[in-house]
Structure formats: structure tokens, C-alpha cells
Design a protein around this ligand. Structure first.
Ligand code: NAP
Length: 245
């Protein structure tokens, strides 16, 4: 990935941070986007120790002007965007009867509409360069469903359909669009689960353990690499056997 320029959203923690570090190790210059200033700067420091030209922007992915500014500054600095990893995501769990419209809309805005916005912004430079790798972070529950997560599941299933459609639109331009669907990965997101829920999940995973952010980062890096050039519209499951697509 030497000299490739990769944008990773939600890169201040968890999976996104490890993906950013992994792409840097493979030689990419990484642009980290997240909406929390201290942690994104800490992550940038870690990434710059490997790939010194890397950059970070504090941006809420639901803000169109913030995203536009980040893309503009990325193009000004590097003149290209080769890889986009749409990773930023949140949960606002509740059974449907108790789910507020605000929680529905917020999850869809962060997890899905931001991907529509950012992908639209970076497609032009990618199409001009006739090269691109877009990797969207979906979830196993996007294909299995999950009670209490109708908003989250709708957003993650939406990413799969979105990715297939865009893959078809731009296949002839040497741009691929794929999803990685993690199962249960040890991050802040799953730390929030109560011990009983965690135990129940672990009992359903054939490999008997949660995955690590590194497990996901390896899959992302493969789909973001030149070697994955003939794979598009796919969803790569990283879930220890919990679900087999
Ligand atoms: P995490 O540790 O909570 O990280 C989420 C990241 O998204 C953070 O960097 C956060 O930044 C960023 N983010 C949230 N809202 C944002 C916004 N409005 N604008 C910009 N950045 C925002 O969660 P994770 O477990 O690493 O999850 C990463 C992705 O993997 C998510 O899409 C998640 O749905 C997916 N996933 C995770 C699992 C799992 O088991 N962990 C399983 C399947 C799928 P700030 O901290 O700065 O807000």
C-alpha cells in the first residue's frame, strides 16, 4: 500500500483505530476522522509513528460541511484518495415499542447516511484516478437481525445493499466496494454489554471467544489492497463461526 492514501472514519478508538494502524504498517498514509478531539490526536500520534505523513480531522460524520472540509483538506495535502474505510458507528438500543424516533434517526445518520455522503464525495477523485477501494463496516446482525437493535440492524443491512449497488455502478472504473461484517469484537461498543449478555453471546460463538479489532483489521486491509481487485459487492464475515454467509 506504499503511497496509497486511506481515509478511516471512527478512527479514534476500537476497530477504526486498529485499522488505521494496520494500513499505516502496510505503507499507507492514513487520514483519521472522528468527532472526539483528544482520542483522535492520541490515535494520530500512534499512526504517525509508523506513517509520518498521516493526518487527522475532527469531524462529526453526520455533518456534511465537516466531511466536505475533511475531504477538501485531504485532497489539498495528498492530491488523491485511494481507500475509504467507513467504520464510524454507534448503537442506541431499545425494543421497537420503546425506541424513540430520535434514536432511530441518529443511528441511521451516523451509520448509514454518513456513508452515502462521504462515498459520494470521494468517488469523483477515485473515478478520475481509475482506482479505488471502499470498505464499509457492517455487522453480523445486519444479516441475522437482533432484538433491541432495529435501528442498528437496519443501518448495517442497509450498508450491504448500498455497497452492492455502488459496486455495480463503478465496477468498470477499477473501484471496488465491499463490506466487512464483524461478529462480536472486544471494543468499547461490546464492553457496554452486561456480563449476562456477554456470556450468552460467547456460548453461541463456535470458536468460543470474542474477536479482536486486529481480526477485523486484517480483513479490511485485504479488501483495501490491490490484490483484492477482482472482489466487489461482497461481504466478508469475521465472526468466529457465529454466522456463515
Ligand atoms: P467504538 O470503539 O465505539 O468506536 C466507534 C468509533 O466511531 C469511534 O472512533 C467514534 O469516535 C466514532 N464515531 C461515532 N460517532 C461518530 C460521529 N458522529 N462522527 C465521527 N465519528 C464517530 O466501536 P467499534 O466496536 O470499534 O465499532 C466500529 C465499527 O464496527 C462500527 O461501525 C460498529 O457498528 C462496527 N461493529 C462493531 C462490532 C463489535 O463487536 N465491536 C461488531 C460489528 C460491527 P468518537 O469516540 O470520537 O465519538
Amino acid at each position: 500500500m506504499r503511497d496509497r492514501v486511506a481515509i478511516v472514519t471512527g478512527a479514534s478508538s476500537g476497530i477504526g483505530r486498529v485499522v488505521a494502524i494496520h494500513l499505516a504498517k502496510l505503507g499507507a498514509r492514513v487520514v483519521l476522522i472522528s468527532n472526539e478531539s483528544i482520542r483522535i490526536l492520541e490515535a494520530l500520534e500512534e499512526v504517525r509513528a509508523i506513517s509520518p505523513e498521516s493526518e487527522a480531522f475532527e469531524a462529526d460524520v453526520t455533518s456534511f460541511p465537516c466531511l466536505e472540509e475533511s475531504v477538501k483538506l485531504t485532497l489539498e495535502k495528498f492530491g488523491r484518495i485511494d481507500i475509504l474505510v467507513n467504520n464510524a458507528g454507534i448503537t442506541r438500543d431499545a425494543l421497537l415499542v420503546r425506541m424513540s424516533l430520535a434514536d432511530w434517526e441518529r443511528v441511521l445518520a451516523v451509520n448509514l447516511t454518513s456513508v452515502f455522503q462521504l462515498t459520494r464525495m470521494i468517488l469523483k477523485p477515485m473515478m478520475k484516478a481509475r482506482y479505488g477501494r471502499i470498505v464499509n463496516i457492517s455487522s453480523v446482525v445486519g444479516v441475522t437481525g437482533n432484538p433491541g437493535q432495529a435501528n442498528y440492524v437496519a443501518s448495517k443491512a442497509g450498508l450491504v445493499g448500498f455497497s452492492k449497488s455502488i459496486a455495480l455502478e463503478i465496477a468498470s472504473r477499477n473501484i471496488t466496494v465491499n463490506c466487512v461484517a464483524p461478529g462480536f469484537i472486544a471494543t468499547a461498543m461490546t464492553d457496554a454489554l452486561n456480563p449476562k449478555a456477554k456470556e450468552a453471546i460467547l456460548s453461541r460463538i463456535p470458536m468460543g471467544a470474542m474477536g479482536s479489532p486486529e481480526d477485523v483489521a486484517h480483513a479490511v486491509a485485504f479488501l483495501a489492497s490491490e490484490r483484492a481487485g477482482y472482489i466487489t459487492g461482497e461481504t466478508l464475515h469475521v465472526n468466529g463461526g457465529l454466522y456463515m454467509g
